[in-house]
Design a protein around this ligand. Structure first.
Ligand code: FAD
Ligand code: NAI
Length: 477
């Protein structure tokens, strides 16, 4: 079989890979993208973890379950009541699958539009050759001078609790609960109170499951600003999520229809929890399975991630790596930014990713979003800062929405007033954070935000008020 030549071959069609492929094609390169993800019929399903078993399906289920929660608990305040409210879980999951498929198809369309050749199958190194690389792309052999690795990550296994996706679930199984049975688990256990634990725990708690989350760390949401983490812990507890911190899991035992977790609680007492389903969400590990990096001497670090420099260059000439398979936060938008930057660097341009202003969002209700430094990090650095906080309770739009939980908190340099971090817990925090990321990208001061006209009534006025609060001059609080 003849070898097909490309300027750039991207292995992995998740947000890092497919975006790198599109950007490289826009820049005039002859590009191929190889992705092995299969849909339920065995066909191609590009989009990676994000599209298939991550960002997109989790947000679809969060939306459905939030509608259900609103109808059951919040619409009555608006004078809207309904009898006999029911949830068809199988239909909810089927809708989620449709949303996933729309995104898969969207990426295949974008490949066509941008003239990216797509190979469905595994991509792997064969050998370094002629100043480039011979690769397998599914059943075909291809050659490229430039290779972008975007092979993503897999859920971390808890020793002694291997995923069976029936009783012990990774993110994959967690997003398929009720797909066949249409049933909501009565009791759901989650190991790890990170992003997946909180998002998935919220979905099933809203649908009626009794949710217990077991977390090893003594502090809740340690990566977030402490004041946000404290508020979140209070709200989630009130919602009925049972989050136990500082636990040590000793044993996980499966029965026919249940799982029992034996653990030591924070006080050192032996405890046992029996649940219908157990989600294990204790982080993710870089994925290089089947890449055959050994054939070309691709360097991995001690955690199995591909070693890259600040520009995403690996130890091999012409080989780049982006997204979850390299250092840094495992976020879709971080992967995308790296994908674009790498394509531009291949074209001799100055691709750039500002790692200091990558936003984080947790899509619980209230949503949690932040960018930049936390207050505890600034204290640890000994940096002089000023802090301004504004509660949604004092925002007219939040009152009209009936969603006044939380606040916006802005941290700015005490001398220069440059914004150093913004931390939001509350309605549409995921959208509000964009303004703050942009402000930080332009090195704005808190005064800049305070002087900008924000539409009334809007939640974004809370960001402006938080900026005013830095200078102790809020107008509405
Ligand atoms: P991936 O998306 O993992 O894609 C890698 C692709 O490469 C896969 O399709 C894989 O099959 C393919 N592949 C691997 N090896 C090969 C090979 N040898 N040959 C061919 N193909 C190969 N991030 C956010 O920013 N926002 C969110 O809301 C969010 N929600 C999430 C929810 C869940 C439940 C999970 C698990 C993750 C979530 N993430 C979220 C994280 C996000 O999904 C990842 O950061 C993102 O998908 C990483 O993109 P990537 O391109 O690096 O890798
Ligand atoms: P995570 O890193 O967010 O949280 C894992 C949690 O598990 C941590 O709190 C950790 O202390 C705890 N843990 C680790 N080992 C444990 C053990 N043995 N027993 C009990 N607790 C233990 O990881 P998670 O939730 O699995 O998500 C993986 C990644 O996926 C996230 O870090 C994030 O990058 C991405 N993601 C992003 C989302 C978003 O942006 N909204 C949504 C979901 C996932």
């Amino acid at each position: 079989m003849s070898t097909k030549n490309f300027d750039v071959v991207v292995i992995g069609g998740g947000p890092g890979g497919y975006i790198a492929a599109i950007r490289a094609a826009q820049l005039g390169f002859n590009v191929a993208c190889v992705d092995e993800w299969k849909n339920d019929k065995g066909g191609p399903a590009p989009g990676g973890t994000c599209t298939n078993v991550g960002c997109i399906p989790s947000k679809a289920l969060l939306q459905s379950s939030e509608h259900y929660e609103h109808l059951n608990h919040h619409f009555a305040d608006h004078g809207i009541t309904a009898d006999n409210v029911k949830i068809d879980v199988a239909k909810m999951v089927a809708r989620k699958n449709t949303v996933v498929k729309q995104n898969n198809d969207g990426i295949l369309y974008l490949f066509k539009k941008n003239k990216v050749t797509f190979f469905h199958g595994r991509g792997s190194f064969v050998a370094a050759k002629d100043g480039g690389y011979e690769l397998k792309a599914g059943d075909e052999t291809v050659f490229a001078k430039q290779v972008v690795l975007a092979t993503g990550s897999n859920a971390r296994q808890l020793p002694g609790a291997e995923f069976d996706e029936d009783l012990i679930l990774s993110n994959d199984g967690a997003l398929r609960i009720g797909e066949q049975s249409g049933a909501t688990p009565k009791k759901l256990g989650v190991i790890g109170s990170g992003v997946i634990g909180l998002e998935m725990g919220s979905v099933w708690r809203r649908l009626g499951a009794e949710v217990t989350i077991l977390e090893a760390m003594p502090a809740f949401l340690a990566a977030a600003d402490e004041s946000v983490a404290k508020e979140a812990a209070k709200v989630f507890k009130k919602q009925g999520l049972d989050i136990q911190l500082g636990v040590k899991i000793s044993k996980v035992t499966k029965a026919k229809d249940s799982v029992t977790v034996a653990y030591t609680d924070a006080k050192g007492a032996e405890q046992s929890l029996t649940v219908d389903k157990l989600i294990v969400s204790i982080g993710r590990v870089a994925n290089t399975i089947g890449l055959n990096g050994e054939a070309v001497g691709l360097a991995l670090d001690e955690r199995g991630a591909i070693v890259v420099d600040a520009e995403c260059k690996t130890n091999l000439p012409g080989v780049w790596a982006v997204g979850d398979v390299v250092r840094g936060p495992m976020l879709a938008h971080k992967a995308e930014e790296e994908g674009v930057a790498v394509a531009e660097r291949i074209a001799g341009q100055h691709g750039h990713v500002d790692f200091d202003i990558i936003p984080w969002v947790i899509y619980t209700s209230p949503e949690i979003a932040w960018v930049g430094k936390t207050e505890q990090a600034l204290k640890a650095e000994g940096r002089a800062y000023r802090s301004g906080q504004f509660p949604f309770m004092a925002n007219g739009r939040a009152r009209a929405l009936g969603d006044t939980t939380g606040f916006v908190k802005m941290l700015a340099d005490a001398k220069t007033d440059e914004i150093l971090g913004v931390h939001i817990i509350g309605p549409y925090a995921s959208e509000l954070i964009a303004e703050c990321v942009m402000a930080m990208a332009f090195k704005a001061s808190s005064e800049d935000i305070a002087r900008i006209c924000h539409a009334h009534p809007s939640l974004s006025e809370s960001t402006k008020e938080a900026a005013l609060a830095v200078d102790k001059r809020t107008l509405n609080f």
